[in-house]
Design a protein around this ligand. Structure first.
Ligand code: KIV
Length: 266
């Protein structure tokens, strides 16, 4: 437990403990993945609403519901022993401070240690309400996937000077509202550096250059498990999709050939 600048208690022990090195953060949506990445020493596990796309096959995250997030949070929480577990408040579930508190509490009850919500200055009242309710929060600024339809695509943020200034201002306001960390998504590196300099809480980057306090990725992008869309900043470390295809083809050929089901196998 620690006390932030506004005097409210928060429990970000895991994030603070690693403040002397970069924070490693990954998404998980199911028990075995959560357990594997927790055992591998990941600092922060996010039950991201990206599950709408890479788990459920939706075109974007706006179709994800609170019920989906509660279910996946419960499932992932069972696999976590040491990492800090964060869950996304999905689209349309934090339109007012009251909604944010009510729905945030349901994610905490499902096993999350903090909830993440997207947006900057417009979210300050909700973050303050969440803090007053004792619900730890993580911010998310820059490219906001929940607004992809309004924005007409995934676009880099901070390219103009007014937009860059607003991002820095938002990060400071989020820190003052009690968030424990801020995800910086698709922000030009110089602006991500300015934000990281301007605030004391960790910045966790995704497509925002090399100097954030940590990095977060959708696990599928790291292990090559979702070959149909690979974001430009993804650097697959494995080819799980290829392995699945290879193993399934081997099994198919065994079955077609009549092998693998002989009594001698058992
Ligand atoms: O939903 C998600 O997975 C996220 C990360 C991409 C940061 O918000």
């Amino acid at each position: 437990m620690s006390t932030n600048s506004s005097g409210a208690s928060t429990s970000y022990a895991r994030l603070e403990r690693v403040h002397d090195r970069r924070i490693v953060a990954l998404t998980a949506y199911d028990y075995p993945t959560a357990r594997l990445i927790d055992e591998a020493g990941v600092d922060l596990v996010l039950v991201g609403d990206s599950l709408g796309m890479v788990f459920a096959g939706l075109p974007d995250t706006t179709g994800v519901t609170l019920a989906h997030m509660i279910y996946h949070t419960e499932v992932v929480a069972r696999g976590i022993e040491q990492a800090f577990l964060v869950s996304d408040l999905p689209y349309g579930t934090y339109d007012s401070p009251e909604m944010a508190v009510e729905n945030g509490r349901r994610l905490i009850d499902a096993g999350a240690q903090a909830v993440k919500l997207e947006g900057g200055l417009s979210q300050v009242a909700k973050l303050i309400a969440l803090r007053a309710a004792g619900i730890p929060t993580v911010g998310h600024i820059g490219m906001l996937p929940q607004r992809v339809r309004e924005e007409g695509g995934y676009k880099k943020k901070g390219k103009t000077s007014p937009e860059a200034d607003r991002l820095v201002e938002s990060a400071i306001a989020l820190e003052e509202s009690g968030v424990g960390a801020i995800v910086l998504e698709s922000i030009v590196p110089e602006v991500a550096d300015r934000i990281t300099e301007a605030i004391d809480i960790p910045t966790i980057g995704i497509g925002s250059g090399p100097n954030c306090d940590g990095e977060i990725r959708v696990l599928h992008d790291v292990i090559g498990a979702y070959p149909w869309f690979v974001p430009p900043f993804a650097k697959p470390e494995a080819d799980v999709a290829g392995e699945i295809r290879r193993a399934v083809a081997a099994f198919r050929d065994e079955v077609h050939g009549g092998a693998g089901f002989q009594p001698a196998d058992r």
